[in-house]
Design a protein around this ligand. Sequence first.
Ligand code: PMP
Length: 569
Amino acid sequence: MRIFDGLSETDKLQLISQIKSLTGMTDVVNGSGTTTKRLKPLDQRDLEDNHREFIQKLTEKYEAFVPKSKANVPKHHYHFVDQRRNFHLIKEIKQLHFQITYEKAEGAYVHDIDGNKYIDISGDMGVNIFGHKAPFIVDAVKAALDRGIPLAGYSETIHNATKLISELTGHDRVLFTQSGTEAVMVATRIARAATNRKKIALFEGAYHGLSDVVMAMRDMQGNSLAAGPGMLQEFADQIIVLKYGDEESLDIIEANASEIAGVLVEPVQSRHIYNKPVEFLKELRNITIEKDIPLIFDEMITGFRVSPKGAQGIFNITPDISTYGKIPGGGLPTGLVAGSQKYMDLIDGGTWEFGDDSMPKSKRVGMGGTHSQNPLKVASAYATMKQIKKELEKREDKCSKSCNFHSHTCQNMYCKLNTRTMRMVEELNQYFVEHNLPITIDFFGSLFRFRYIDSYWGITEALMFLLMRMNGVETNIQGNCFITTAHTDEDIRKVIEAVKKSLQTLIKEGFFYEAPVEAPKEEFFTETPAPAPVQQPTQTHTQEQINTNDSQLQKLKDLLVRDLKRFNQ
Ligand code: PMP
């Protein structure tokens, strides 16, 4: 309870919704202290005539709202191949499912070819932390363009950029790649070369880019499986997929240390932002040091987003190698590998001096990329880094010691962004609780994500994002949303209002309903242990294990519910 009391209001709300989804409780503790039933989102299989009628009217409205974007679908669907087009496609609303065609983007806004202007919280998949067309980036890229785009040699800009990236991330040495996927590939190759071991351990729920080196799924027995068509089991066999934040995963790493070339972690998985297992990560750091396994943090989204170093800066954990991308490209394609000299020397053999007989000391792994050091993106990276450094100089002394970039008063961009996002999320999460909505927003710094608690991507969720667009807010269909320095308080207020307005429409049109209470849910609020639910034995669990697990789960539920009750009081 003491730990719970010490949490921020947002963390409390997030924890409560997490516990509820874990324990299957449908009751909601609302603002007035009474309990009401949490609503459920309608599923496409349960549509009735009134819902279909609403969808029909909405379709007509939407077609009138974005006619040119819609007309582009039949015109260009055939030639232009893009998997995102069919992402989250729901048959019952397929006439509403198409990408809008953008015309331009500026500051916090995107404009479409139908003349609509949206507040953009898609954040370009996490890239443009300064919003669109940040003048200092535009100027730097224009100047680079004027100088021509020589690809073979070096420039003063790349010298300055890598030095500054080292300074900001705290890593000894840095290299540019063409994409985040490549950065992860290079980092794992370094790890394999350094250890002469084969396997890469990574965690379920993370995403590390497209390469076969990191693409595998975990089955119920913990085996690694090829993640989809075109991916080979032979590659998956070299990957150990572990549960994230689970003590057992640490045991597996320890037990298999002699085979593991590297442990690859997305410290806060952008798809599961609520999970921030700091103690687990600290233990993982200790074990990997002890077993001499390179620890790689993939901070593609969190790097330069929550703090310059990323999650490692907030959690105070230093990996051996980090992969970055997105923000450091300043809008142009890039990836970065940054790490300690011991590992990064495996790329170029390490430094040597003029005037003596020194030569590269270490072996070298294969690495290249025609556009890895493209002058346009290096210029935009350097401009971005310089701006971040300038912002950090605004950090107050007392703030830097205690706030972890969450100060309400400090004027540097991270404190401002993180605090603003937190306030927006707090207000919306409070709204969801007060209206018994099965939604929560998870966030980390200025990254946030809407989450429907008991369901995964149904028609109600899809309609919410569509209505938000019609209410002037553009989100990312893949789920991650971002606040940028270009968003004003007024923009954020409009986002909050658009979310509320969209949900009000869905409530009014019957897309949320009161779920029938499943007996004996009341007992969760009486401290009386409920009977253990009956489970069918599976191949891997004996009935005895199931009963033990059930009774342990029940004890945990009772403890959590008691705490929830006290919190509510
Ligand atoms: N790692 C993480 C954590 C990512 O989120 C991504 C992309 N979203 C990648 C790697 C791959 O980066 P890219 O798309 O630039 O190849």
